[in-house]
Design a binder for this molecule. Sequence first.
Ligand SMILES: CC(C)(COP(=O)(O)OP(=O)(O)OC[C@H]1O[C@@H](n2cnc3c(N)ncnc32)[C@H](O)[C@@H]1OP(=O)(O)O)[C@@H](O)C(=O)NCCC(=O)NCCS
Length: 227
Amino acid sequence: MEREPDAAPVAGAPHPGDPAGPRRSRVELVTDRLRMRAWRAGDRAPFAAMNADPRVMRHIGSGPLDAVGSDGLRSRLRSEWSRAGHGLWALERRDDGAFAGFCGLTAVPFGTRGTAGALEVGWRLPRAQWGHGFATEAARAALDVAWSALGVASVVALVHPDNARSLAVGERLGMRVVGTTLHPPTGWRVLVLRADRPDDVDASFQHDLPNVRADPPPRRGSPHEPG
Ligand SMILES: CC(C)(COP(=O)(O)OP(=O)(O)OC[C@H]1O[C@@H](n2cnc3c(N)ncnc32)[C@H](O)[C@@H]1OP(=O)(O)O)[C@@H](O)C(=O)NCCC(=O)NCCS
């Protein structure tokens, strides 16, 4: 696997199971149309453009970010990989190499019913990349990592009730609404969507990503601000 100079240090070995599923190497997943990879210096500008777009940020608690805010978020995304051994991958289209946003697994940003022991799945794509199925494709691969490599029992998404596109992604993934919770920074009441590890998943090879904590504690602030 190639390691970029600024790649987050994620431990892991090739996925020992499911040869038909996403291929996994140390920091990269490869799906049909996407590369889910470590963050690179070249992502900075398209990442900032995405985070500054009011259409993209409409249901994100922070609202649109300026360049400083975007850089700060990018640092936090990268440090979660170092700290926890999982995080949000940068998405890159395999056909043209375009930056396609992010998707991945983060610590649940604040404790709430139904999220104990869970990770949060998050997704954000530049407007030009909506409507291709990329978010769902990436999130499926992320859930596979959650179940098989990280061994978590459930994954949640915290979604603003007006965020129809995000709710549709959750529905396509088979997530179900299990409640609502207050998003402390904004006071928004957001929906809690949850998926549980399928019974037929073998979670016995958690050594894939050995530096992950099995039960990440809730912490303040979310890298991707639920919305
Ligand atoms: C939420 C978000 C990631 C969803 O993106 P999306 O592109 O709508 O979602 P998907 O990847 O599942 O794509 C589904 C669409 O692609 C279409 N599509 C086209 N080709 C496809 C293909 N080959 N395979 C699957 N779907 C395809 C589907 O028909 C569907 O279209 P529709 O929206 O017209 O019904 C995006 O809207 C976004 O980034 N929003 C802003 C950030 C945000 O709110 N994040 C979530 C916070 S909780």
